[in-house]
Design a protein around this ligand. Structure first.
Ligand SMILES: C[S@@+](CC[C@H](N)C(=O)[O-])C[C@H]1O[C@@H](n2cnc3c(N)ncnc32)[C@H](O)[C@@H]1O
Length: 186
């Protein structure tokens, strides 16, 4: 991530929007179940809120610094943080009742890696588990915002077919402000 993204994702503004607006909309109508996997937790804007919504939260984060700081912050709670890669998940099959990825997928370096991540999420979800992702569309503003960072947009038009190819069912895409939600069932 570049400096602007790092600042934005750690800001109290983003924490507020995530907890009060984005997460309620993203999760609305879905059952998270007892054990949520959070992919690409970053500074943890969603982690605290997810802790209130599930008995157990496992947050995966690629960046060692983010992972270490978030781990220290949630130590002793019902959340744990693991440093790792969403495209090769370090968990056994059928571990989680739901998985959630906020603004993480476009940080994977290719659409092939994103498809690996979809397949991995499908592998670690229990049958019937829900996968929820929030993403932003391609466009000059989002490309500009990712200078010196990674931006491989997930096209909303192809997301459902890609998830179906990864073994998910009932994949849907819904728009929210300048982004969209992907929802699919294992
Ligand atoms: C834009 S931030 C979003 C962070 C957080 N979800 C939020 O909404 O504030 C994207 C996060 O995904 C993480 N990330 C990037 N590639 C990843 C990967 N392969 N596996 C897991 N996390 C990854 C980044 O380190 C970063 O923390």
């Amino acid at each position: 991530m570049n400096r602007v993204e790092t600042w934005f994702c750690g800001s109290s503004y983003w924490r507020y929007v995530t907890r009060r607006q984005l997460l309620p909309w993203l999760v609305g109508g879905s059952e998270l179940g007892e054990h949520v996997l959070e992919l690409g937790a970053g500074p943890g804007a969603a982690t605290e809120e997810l802790r209130l919504r599930a008995r157990q939260v496992t947050s995966l984060e690629y960046d060692h610094g983010f992972a270490a700081r978030l781990s220290a912050r949630v130590s002793g709670t019902n959340a744990s943080v693991i440093q790792g890669d969403a495209a090769t998940l370090p968990f056994p099959d059928n571990t989680f009742t739901s998985a959630i990825a906020i603004l993480m997928l476009h940080h994977l370096r290719s659409s092939e890696l994103q498809d690996h991540a979809f397949a991995e999420v499908g592998r670690v979800l229990r049958p019937g588990g829900v996968f929820l992702a929030f993403e932003i569309e391609d466009g000059w503003l989002n490309r500009f915002g990712h200078i010196r960072s990674t931006f491989v947009p997930v096209g909303p038009a192809t997301a459902s077919a890609r998830l179906a190819a990864a073994g998910f069912s009932r994949a849907t895409v819904d728009l929210w402000r300048s982004g969209f939600r992907i929802r699919a069932l294992r």
